[in-house]
Design a protein around this ligand. Structure first.
Ligand code: PMP
Length: 406
């Protein structure tokens, strides 16, 4: 059982009002809110040991280095990576994907194929299109059904010995669909293709085990899991990280520099050029601790309860359609909906006046909106600090807005 009252007390922002109403925050899929222990970790860093890391002999630098590397180990343990040097700190999911896409430039040729799913965020589409432009490789798309579920038979028929790489999200940010990533990975490995899983939306709800999944790359952002913005991670299998060239050149990522030739540092530093977001990395570790202290099983069960409750209540509203799987066990706590004849933006503006934060638009997933022939959706996404009472406020707000706009 989740101790919801205690948990809510740990999120100071949940006490504020918006437009004179108590904030109801349902934009968790865009970014999550930050609990006090994570805020404390950020303040502690700047108040007590702010210093540049690695190679510093002075105490502050060593303390900052230790905390930063401890955070890497927390992330390693959380995702069950075999080695801490397989965790690369990045500025977020987008950065992690670009790092891998850039690295594959020297590994792909004309005639090679790479496969993306129809359910992707733009950040798991555009870097691969750019890779295709650089290499002449061909981008193929796993189609989805009307329920927003990937067509696995079509996926099987796309795989061949030309396939070098498959990338897919674990959970769709636009529809909430949980994708069958274990099957996607196993099938890709059957043709010796590498797999990158975008875990940005899954990481706040599901504890992924990269070794059990046997995934080649897994990426996530701290700001969706109670951590700070501008911070993310890339897990890569050691063999792949050794094969890929560095992403950026600069300080920290070198072994030796002369004007004739530079040699690169070992993992993970080879991919971490320049001064990183030191505080961000440490706060990411604190966020992972925070969520694990509550427990991902507890979080997932409670969020599922919220999802079922909200789905039933919203579907009772006349003309309301939810996009994505009907079976809520195939979904994370994301509800993407429209009401017939009402533009999602208008709905979002009225809900904001009522203190309710939802996201409206294409959710950086225009191909999904094109598939459903809609300009966008209203998306309510839930976190473990939300309540059924807040869902009642949303449902009443949606009804009120619908009456005003119809
Ligand atoms: N992939 C998915 C599925 C996402 O939901 C997001 C964030 N909306 C991203 C990638 C990009 O994450 P970031 O903006 O943190 O780099």
């Amino acid at each position: 059982m989740i101790a919801i009252e205690n948990i809510r007390k740990e999120f100071p922002i949940l006490n504020r009002t918006v437009n004179g109403k108590p904030l109801v925050y349902f934009d968790n899929a865009a970014t999550s809110q930050t609990p006090q222990p994570v805020i404390d970790a950020i303040v502690d860093y700047y108040q007590n040991y702010n210093a540049n890391i690695h190679r510093g002999v002075h105490t502050l630098s060593q303390e900052a280095t230790d905390k930063y590397e401890e955070a890497r180990i927390k992330i390693q343990k959380h995702f069950n990576a075999a080695n801490s040097y397989e965790i690369i700190f990045t500025s977020g999911t987008t950065d992690s994907i670009n790092l891998v896409a850039n690295g594959f430039t020297s590994l792909l040729n004309e005639g090679n194929e790479i496969i993306v799913s129809a359910l992707e965020h733009h950040s798991n589409i555009v870097p691969w299109q750019m890779l295709c432009e650089r290499t002449g490789a061909l981008l193929k798309v796993i189609p989805m059904t009307q329920e927003g579920v990937l067509d696995m038979e079509a996926y099987k028929s796309l795989l061949s010995d030309k396939t070098k790489l498959v990338f897919c999200n674990h959970v769709s940010n636009a529809l909430g669909t949980i994708n069958p990533i274990k099957d996607i990975i196993t099938l890709a490995h059957g043709v010796n293709a590498a797999v990158l899983i975008d875990g940005a939306q899954a990481a706040p709800h599901i504890k992924a085990d990269v070794q059990a999944l046997d995934v080649d790359f897994y990426v996530a952002s701290a700001h969706k899991m109670c951590g700070p913005t501008g911070q993310g991670m890339l897990y890569g299998k050691e063999t792949w990280l050794k094969k890929l060239p560095p992403y950026q050149g600069g300080g920290e990522m070198i072994a030796e520099v002369t004007f004739e030739k530079t040699t690169y540092a070992d993992l993970p530093h080879k991919f971490e050029a320049g001064t990183p977001n030191i505080c961000g990395g440490i706060a990411f570790g604190a966020a992972i601790d925070y969520m694990n202290n509550i427990g991902f099983d507890v979080i997932a069960a409670y969020e599922h309860e919220l999802l079922e409750y909200a789905t039933e209540k919203l579907l009772a509203i006349e003309g309301l359609r939810i996009y994505g799987p009907k079976d809520t066990t195939q979904k994370a706590a994301v509800i993407s909906f429209n009401i017939e004849g009402i533009h999602p933006y208008d709905m979002g503006v009225i809900l904001d006046k009522l203190g309710i934060a939802v996201r409206t638009g294409h959710h950086c997933a225009q191909p999904i909106m094109n598939f459903f022939c809609i300009p966008g959706t209203v998306r309510a996404s839930f976190a473990f600090y939300n309540t059924k009472e807040e869902i009642d406020i949303l449902v009443a707000g949606v009804e009120r807005a619908a009456n005003m706009l119809r």
